[in-house]
Design a protein around this ligand. Structure first.
Ligand SMILES: C[S@@+](CC[C@H](N)C(=O)[O-])C[C@H]1O[C@@H](n2cnc3c(N)ncnc32)[C@H](O)[C@@H]1O
Length: 180
């Protein structure tokens, strides 16, 4: 279902990115995606990227930020084991792709890569929490977590997963463009 909320400054559309995007061809200048494509299988990622390409104007840009594998050179079975643990920790299906495969996938969808950079994954670390949420927000987060044992357990599971696989994971940022 699509909900639309129009006012003078913005037009909000709520929908499922796994469906064709409810926007006309070549109607957007910039699209940004943050950590949602990884929640889709690799074939579906490509399908969604092709649909994003469709709705972008020629010369339009796509920016993504996705947790990614630093390498495809992993021991046998390692990727599958890591994916199983990621799904168990986050309680959501996720398919983590490598930086290299993201670039291939974007190129296959038609994009020209303009910039790629990686940052260490510091999810749920205090310094990053303060950076993202401010001191008040980080304190509120800690307080709420300490007072909710179910949430605390889940957060610890997620943090344990990211610490265990820290060496193999990176925050992958890519900016790419639909050619004119
Ligand atoms: C890990 S969170 C990313 C955090 C998000 N960028 C934010 O700022 O809150 C992943 C988000 O992707 C959304 N998502 C995953 N699959 C989606 C889909 N098929 N359609 C729309 N949203 C989706 C989820 O609902 C979730 O909010």
């Amino acid at each position: 279902m699509i909900e639309s909320n129009k006012n003078a400054h913005r037009h909000v559309i709520t929908g499922d990115i796994a469906d064709p995007i409810q926007m006309n061809e070549e109607s957007c200048s910039v699209i940004y995606g943050e950590a949602s494509l990884t929640m889709h299988r690799d074939e579906k990622k490509l399908e969604i990227l092709k649909d994003i390409y469709r709705v972008l104007k020629p010369g339009g840009r796509l920016g993504i930020h996705e947790i990614s594998l630093t390498t495809n050179e992993l021991p046998d079975g390692f990727g599958k084991q890591m994916t199983r643990e990621a799904i168990r920790a986050t309680k959501h299906p996720i398919w983590i792709m490598s930086v290299e495969d993201w670039l291939k996938c974007l190129i296959e969808a038609g994009f020209k890569i303009e910039q790629q950079f990686s940052r260490p994954v510091h999810l749920l670390e205090m310094e990053r929490l303060i950076e993202d949420e401010g001191v008040d927000g980080a304190m509120r987060f800690m307080w709420n977590t300490m007072n909710n044992s179910v949430a605390a357990e889940r957060i610890m599971e997620i943090k344990t997963f990211f610490c265990k696989y820290e060496k193999y994971l990176t925050g992958n940022c890519v900016v790419c463009r639909k050619p004119e």
